[in-house]
Design a protein around this ligand. Structure first.
Ligand SMILES: C[S@@+](CC[C@H](N)C(=O)[O-])C[C@H]1O[C@@H](n2cnc3c(N)ncnc32)[C@H](O)[C@@H]1O
Length: 262
């Protein structure tokens, strides 16, 4: 069981789909297609299969291996993808990276995963991919920036405290949080890969009010754990954000990374 439920993942999937950088997605698809028949893509931290759904319209003839440690999310992925050919689901804890079967993989994919991971995890994964001559398409790593059009005097303090919380251990060592995108780019560039990065921010308006409410409430919960902001002040910030979720816009920064062997 993880902290991620289907309701949260379902709310974010359309925003993620709109945010993904189209050129990096195309580059990932081109790398897969250059391999010929039915190349293998392994999606790490797959949740209910969002990455597969984002990629398969562009690359329909892949074999997919979806990996997650959350049995409930994997079961939901299996249910939603029952009609899709060439998909296997694997329950595995990525903390035991050495045990992960990557033989023959052409592309490792992940969405909204690496901000939860440590630098050591990224370095070990990069070594595994080099050994397989495989590429990496890592979308939607949070970059540490959140901006609302309707401002509150505590926004900067809340974002700073949230980013500190993001660097705590989320199960894969001290998390990279907002440093995940640059850490991925550096790790693969150091191993001679061709690395491209592109911003992939959520741009959330009134239509995304339910996602905004959950995101802002999650920020407030995380900040409360840090103790960085006095409880009444944080309660005031949370209340304002809940009331304003249907007004103005909210931008949440992410970075997409595509790293391919030369
Ligand atoms: C933010 S969710 C993203 C899910 C999916 N990639 C998406 O974009 O909708 C992070 C995912 O990583 C998985 N995860 C977190 N830590 C993990 C670990 N140690 N081993 C395997 N999966 C893990 C969670 O269960 C969850 O499904």
């Amino acid at each position: 069981m993880s902290d991620f439920d289907t309701n949260w993942l379902d709310l974010r999937e359309p925003a993620d789909g709109a945010a993904r950088d189209a050129e990096l997605l195309e580059g990932a698809v081109a790398w897969l297609e250059a391999a010929g028949d039915a190349p293998l893509a392994v999606d790490l931290g797959c949740g209910t299969g969002s990455t597969l759904r984002a990629m398969s319209p562009h690359a329909p003839h892949l074999r997919w291996r979806l990996v997650d440690n959350d049995a409930a999310l994997l079961a939901e992925a299996g249910r939603r993808l029952a009609a899709t050919e060439n998909v296997e689901t694997v329950q595995a804890d990525l903390t035991d990276l050495d045990a992960l079967d990557l033989s023959g993989v052409r592309l490792v994919t992940a969405s909204a995963l690496f901000d939860l991971a440590s630098r050591g995890f990224v370095e070990r994964l990069a070594d595994r991919l080099v050994a397989e001559r495989a590429g990496l398409y890592a979308a939607l790593s949070y970059d540490g920036s959140v901006a609302w059009s309707e401002e509150h005097r505590l926004d900067a303090a809340v974002v700073a405290a949230f980013n500190g919380h993001q660097r705590g251990d989320k199960g894969l060592g001290a998390a990279l949080g907002p440093d995940a995108g640059p850490a991925l780019a550096d790790a693969f560039a150091a191993r001679g890969y061709a690395v491209r990065t592109a911003p992939s921010p959520w741009r959330l308006g009134a239509d995304e009010a339910p996602l905004r409410r959950l995101f802002d409430a999650g920020m407030a919960d995380a900040v409360a754990e840090t103790g960085a902001i006095a409880t009444p002040d944080l309660a005031g910030w949370r209340q304002m954000r809940m009331e304003n979720a249907g007004r103005g816009t909210c931008r949440v920064g992410h970075l997409d990374v595509l790293a391919l062997p030369r």
